[in-house]
Write a protein that binds this ligand. Structure first.
Ligand code: NAD
Length: 309
């Protein structure tokens, strides 16, 4: 069996690595935060003492890190995966990062005979917990086949989007819509609150028109609207993604005025006490600003028809 390394055991990395262990893969795991390693504790996993240990021992190394800077440090750093790796290895980066960084990693890894695959993750942290994630993969045909058993152990939907970097670019397009939806929902529901409308009735109406969106269907009814703003996906990480999206759009000369406005609302939110809250908490940020009562479904509240599915 191939030895698998897993670096980054945070909100997403922890359940993804757990699902690999549960499906029989043996992992060497590492996180810069010792508490994340201590919290992991799966039978099929050994903690590594450094990234160099992982590079020396593993055939495939998965990275699930916050952003480009951490992935660059782990892969390209003096004590990183390329410095201590060997030909035939594969680095599977599942973080959401700048696609130009993905291209750079692949360019630097290629002369060493090391492959790079990008497979950022779609859907929510709760899907990752259940092994029901969606993956957007950028890889050669051969490397795609090599990572497929790992992806199947962590998710249910796997898209081969094209060559290296295509997964990351698809993820930015996807996250633009998902994150901006949170800002749109926040504005719409704050207005509904100010109008004094019934929340459940309003959601039921929207659910029957073209106005409904994936955040209202899959995230809000079980998170902020139930009063749970603990992070699935933090406002801080959503701000990071909007910044990646705007940088990429600027380079490609694509104007995205709505993304720019939304990014600044997330900038304001992450500067305050909501930085580590779930991105659905953008409604609470707006309600605080405008002195509006926060919308909440009753504990036994009626869920919107689609949320029940
Ligand atoms: P997180 O902050 O919970 O976890 C990141 C982990 O990486 C932490 O445990 C941290 O200690 C570790 N880390 C940071 N720098 C490191 C380094 N140099 N070496 C080793 N470990 C290091 O973040 P998350 O929510 O798990 O997200 C991870 C990535 O997945 C991000 O790019 C995010 O945008 C993306 N993502 C998140 C979600 C979600 O719902 N949370 C969904 C899809 C994609």
């Amino acid at each position: 069996m191939q030895q698998i390394g897993f670096i980054g055991l945070g909100r997403m990395g922890n359940p993804m690595a757990s699902n690999l262990c549960k499906k029989g893969f043996e992992l060497l795991v590492y996180d810069v935060n010792p508490r994340a390693i201590a919290a992991f504790g799966q039978l099929n996993a050994e903690p590594a003492t450094s990234i160099a240990d992982i590079a020396r021992a593993c055939d495939i190394v998965i990275t699930m890190l916050p952003s480009s800077a951490q992935v660059e440090a782990v892969v390209l750093g003096a004590q990183g995966l390329l410095a201590h790796g060997r030909a035939g290895q594969l680095i599977l980066d599942m973080s959401t990062i700048d696609p130009n960084t993905t291209d750079l990693l692949a360019e630097r890894a290629s002369p060493k005979g090391i492959s790079v695959v990008d497979a950022p993750v779609g859907r929510l942290a709760s899907h990752a917990d259940r092994g029901e994630s969606l993956f957007m993969v950028g890889a050669s045909a051969e490397d795609f086949e090599r990572v497929l058993p790992l992806l199947r152990a962590m998710g249910t939907t796997i898209h081969h989007c094209g060559k290296v970097g295509a997964g990351m670019r698809t993820k930015l397009v996807n996250n633009y819509l998902a994150i901006v939806s949170c800002q749109l929902n926040a504005e719409a529901l704050a207005l509904a609150q100010r109008f004094g409308l019934d929340l459940e009735k309003t959601l039921e109406v929207i659910d029957g028109t073209t106005a409904f969106n994936g955040q209202l269907r899959m995230n809000w009814p079980t998170k902020v609207l139930k009063g749970d703003i603990s992070a699935g996906f933090t406002i801080d990480l959503a701000h990071k993604d909007l910044s990646l999206i705007l940088d990429a759009a600027n380079k490609a000369k694509v104007p995205m005025p709505v993304a720019a406005a939304a990014r600044e609302m997330f900038s304001a939110a992450r500067a305050g006490r909501y930085a580590q809250s779930d991105f659905s908490a953008m409604i609470d940020v707006l309600c605080d600003l405008a002195a509006i009562e926060k919308p909440r479904l009753a504990a036994s509240g009626i869920q919107t028809p689609t949320a029940r599915e």
